[in-house]
Design a protein around this ligand. Structure first.
Ligand code: ZN
Length: 369
């Protein structure tokens, strides 16, 4: 049986997070995902939007479980290059101005080459005091790749429509189990899904592991993948807020780093994201308890995941989310605990292996008359 380890998770997460893959441009991530899932899948394909779908046949042949983790990350897209070679950009997904300034970025040129740049704006020394207090707007920033003309930028294969992401390697914090990097949202969910899929043992239902595209821009990949699969039950794997940090009162932590994967009850503002299907949520909790997997129960005040789109497929899909507590989401210094990831992957494997065709059928439409 496949063993999920911290070291294995770290190496996989490193490859996944360091790949450049903003929404709609997930190619580099997709390559890693296919390489990892292919040996363990009975079949595998890429749909026309770019989702990777890997299937493990079930022993009973009835019931379909869909797992989903999104490959895309937030990023930038080049919108204009000026005469002097400064590159203007627009955000892809929820990029906050507050974390952009002073970053190194990697731009993907038309031929796939990676070009380094920095995000700049005018120096503080020439700003007025009131300007200094404000967070600069994206329209006042640019990427500087060290070129001195538009022609020079063009020569590197960079122009309008090229994408960029933060430059950040995955690194261990202070010799602990805690790691930091970019795109942990949601490569950590993808890593959880891959490791969980590898460790599935004796599954009765068919398991579809879907590495989705374009989650950060409206849960798009998950929507079409769910339509094509028609799952009977679904679990999304994504990060969730861990605001268990200095200056935040306990009641606002949502989850805590290192206390285990979180099983979601609701997310989105005023529960407008996902309301997890109670039976699926409780089955996850039951399995976690039974196998001694540390876990937390989560009510998230904002944000949502692929599960929200999957739940609304066709006649409706009983859906839930297993989340990995993460600090500083959507920044270049996202933080997770590797032990939480190992436990999330174990829970994913156990849930996939233990749910029965009978249980899955019990969630379906009940005819009353
Ligand atoms: Zn996410």
């Amino acid at each position: 049986m496949y063993e999920i380890t911290k070291e294995g998770v770290f190496q996989l997460l490193k490859r996944l997070t360091e790949a450049v893959g903003p929404s709609g441009f997930e190619d580099s991530v997709r390559e890693v995902v296919i390489e990892e899932l292919k040996p363990y899948a009975d079949s595998l394909w890429i749909d026309s939007l770019g989702n990777v779908i890997a299937v493990k046949r079930g022993s009973r042949g009835s019931g379909r479980l869909m797992l989903a983790g999104h490959m895309d990350e937030i990023g930038l897209i080049v919108s204009f290059v000026d005469q002097r070679g400064f590159i203007r950009f627009q955000p892809i997904g929820g990029v906050s101005e507050r974390v952009l300034l002073g970053q190194r970025v990697l731009i993907k040129a038309r031929d796939g080459r990676i070009v380094r740049g920095v995000i700049g704006s005018k120096p503080p020394h020439i700003m007025k005091p009131e300007e200094l207090k404000q967070v600069p707007e994206i329209k006042d920033m640019y990427i500087d790749i060290g070129a001195s003309s538009r022609e020079e930028v063009e020569k590197l294969g960079i122009g309008v429509g090229c994408v960029a992401v933060f430059e950040r390697d995955l690194a261990v914090l202070g010799g602990s189990d805690v790691v930091t990097g970019k795109a942990i949202d949601d490569r950590v969910g993808v890593a959880t899904m891959i490791e969980g899929f590898k460790a599935i043992d004796g599954n009765e239902v068919e398991v579809y592991a879907v590495a989705t595209v374009q989650e950060e821009v409206g849960l798009k990949g998950a929507r079409v993948a769910a339509y094509s699969i028609t799952p009977d039950v679904a679990v999304a794997l994504d990060v969730t807020i861990a605001s268990d940090v200095a200056g935040v009162p306990e009641q606002e932590w949502v989850t805590q780093l290192g206390k285990g994967p979180a099983i979601k009850v609701v997310d989105g503002r005023a529960a407008t994201g996902l309301i997890a299907h109670p039976a699926v949520r409780d089955k996850l909790i039951e399995i976690a308890r039974q196998y001694g997997i540390p876990h937390q129960v989560e009510v998230a005040p904002g944000g949502t995941t692929d599960a929200s789109a999957i739940a609304l497929n066709k006649e409706g899909v009983p859906a839930a989310t297993v989340s990995i507590p993460s600090r500083y989401i959507h920044s270049p210094v996202e933080v997770v605990n590797l032990v939480d990831v190992v436990n999330a992957a174990r829970l994913t494997a156990l849930f996939s292996s233990k749910v029965t065709s009978e249980w899955v059928a019990s969630l379906a439409r009940r005819v009353v008359k």
